[in-house]
Design a protein around this ligand. Structure first.
Ligand code: AHR
Length: 333
């Protein structure tokens, strides 16, 4: 995964990107312009799936930005299965696309297929999620700082607790994202970092389990949490969809979401904002899915052999419940 140290290796990654892109052109792939007219860039994109509102917005953004940029998009939906993404990437290599972009379902298991792309001189751009792989195997990551999102969730929870007048011990339930996925690992890490540094004596995570980033998963796991821990004070859900599913379970248990159980989620999709404007979510840490335009810009640069930053981060905000009604009409996803 990318961290501070990785920034220092940016120059190496960028040089590799330039070489890969140049090699791809020299090989006379689909964008070879030596015969006169310049052909459109072909981008192979292996998406995670359609597990959440965030993902739907991300897919729409990638598709419309590709169209806008005149990039030919080969799109594949992995249905949350890493093996499907690996097959899709292999098929992109066989088709000799110019650039491959993908949002890895999980962080591990990519070395073999990324080496195959490298041998075929096809540059790989990561989008949204990172991998734990040799960094020379991809050019850049276009996406959020998930560890920071976890930290921001803990910091905004301080405000939520203060606003609710909650004093003393805080029993927290955590709905984790897909096991082994970068946002699940890093959001949990960032949250715990602040908790351990500033709230060691009063905050406790009493239950933590994956809801796979889905509404159904959030509902099912929250129902089980409420059975084993009826006195939960706070829910930290790694995305809005799991939070929305959990709200159904909380209401089914006869409790009031946003009051009996304070809720902080990540993403900021419209449905999350609607629930927040109804008082059912207390705060949302934004994670912006509209990565398409930045991705297409990077793809063009990589294909042209230009340098790109090692990690192109997304700008995001945090929202408290009292901002929800005003913010809702301006939400773009
Ligand atoms: O990788 C981004 C995460 O994946 C989003 O927070 C979540 O909603 C999605 O499924």
């Amino acid at each position: 995964m990318l961290n501070r140290r990785n920034f220092l290796t940016a120059a190496v990654g960028v040089a590799a990107a330039g070489t890969l892109a140049a090699c791809a052109k020299e090989d006379g792939g689909p964008s070879d312009s030596s015969s006169g007219g310049s052909k459109a860039i072909t981008l192979g994109f292996a998406q995670v799936g359609s597990e959440s509102g965030w993902r739907t917005a991300n897919t729409d953004s990638v598709k419309s930005a590709a169209k806008e940029a005149g990039i030919k998009l080969q799109f594949s939906d992995a249905q949350q299965k890493p093996e499907n993404q690996i097959s899709a990437i292999r098929s992109f290599i066989a088709q000799k696309v110019d650039v491959i972009a993908f949002s890895p379902v999980v962080v591990k298991g990519w070395d073999a297929v990324l080496n195959e792309a490298k041998r075929a001189n096809i540059p790989v751009v990561l989008t949204d999620r990172s991998v734990e792989s040799d960094e020379s195997l991809f050019v850049t990551l276009v996406g959020s700082d998930f560890t920071d999102e976890g930290r921001r969730a803990a910091k905004i929870l301080e405000k939520v607790l203060e606003k609710a007048g909650h004093k003393g011990k805080v029993k927290i339930a955590q709905l984790e994202g897909t096991t082994g996925a970068a946002p699940a690992i890093e959001r949990a890490k960032g949250f715990k970092e602040v908790m351990d540094a500033e709230h060691k004596d009063d905050w406790e995570i009493v239950a933590s389990q994956t809801g796979d980033f889905t509404r159904a998963g959030g509902k099912q796991v929250m129902a089980a949490f409420l059975q084993s821990n009826p006195d939960i004070d706070v829910l930290f859900a790694h995305n809005d969809d799991m939070g929305l599913g959990a709200i159904q379970a909380i209401e089914a248990a006869g409790k009031k979401p946003g009051k009996d159980i304070l809720i902080v989620t990540v993403d900021g999709v419209k449905d999350g904002f609607i629930a927040m404007s109804e008082g059912k979510i207390n705060a949302i840490v934004e994670c912006n899915p509209l990565l398409g335009p930045q991705l297409m810009e990077v793809v063009k640069k990589v294909q042209a052999g230009e340098t790109v930053e090692r990690w192109i981060k997304t700008k995001e905000s945090d929202f408290m419940q009292d901002q929800a009604k005003d913010a809702l009409p301006t939400r773009k996803y």
